[in-house]
Design a protein around this ligand. Sequence first.
Ligand code: SF4
Length: 256
Amino acid sequence: MGFAPEVAFVAPRLLSIDLYSRSRGYNLEVKSPKKRATEVRSRLLETYGQPVWRDPLPPLDELVSTILSQNTTDTNRDRAFNALRERFPTWEEVRDAEPSDVIAAIRSAGLANQKGPRIQLALQQITEERGDLSLDFLEDLPLEEAREWLLRFKGVGPKTAAIVLLFSLGKPAFPVDTHIYRLTGRLGLRPDKITADQAHSHLEALFDPAMYYDVHLNLIRHGREICHARSPQCERCSLSDLCPFYQAQSRESTNE
Ligand code: SF4
């Protein structure tokens, strides 16, 4: 899907980026985190090409799908989403269904006892506030207003909101999942101590909005295929010369 950053987008401030980089021993005169971020992005594009998100869903469908995706695989998320749509062809029917029937339909996503009520509650809240079940109106809101709107729902955090904003609404938000949090930490693109929620605004400031779409998808792919949580395959990695984690590991093994 094409991604057109909003003209009015103003990048948030980077979090003490000079300080955290200096503390880790990088030469900022030669390579600032912003420059390194841009190089990481180019390298990932060379390695994986321009990624394509699955068929974009309408924003309400994406919201439900992303709630279902929490702590499970894409396959289980899709299985649960399809089962829910098969059992209840409209969102009104999901909203008004017996909670136990919704929970049964989404069982394959795991945590169904949490996710089912959260989905139904979000559908009820949207109906109460908007009079109908659609989030298409968010497209006309400025980025931060649309983000605030999504964050009001129980179970919707910065990552879920950013996924809906970026992939359904074409707005410049940068979703940070577990892979992106791990990789940006290893690559020195964020301070070590910030949380995944805080990393959203930091990475939005670090990357150009036009990069969010491909950087998000290619970093996830790199995390799944190469930079695994337990045993990253640094010797196969196209980013190793840009990676402070790898350089530190290499120094340690040389000194042993
Ligand atoms: S060099 Fe290793 S730690 Fe660094 S990004 Fe690549 S796989 Fe991950």
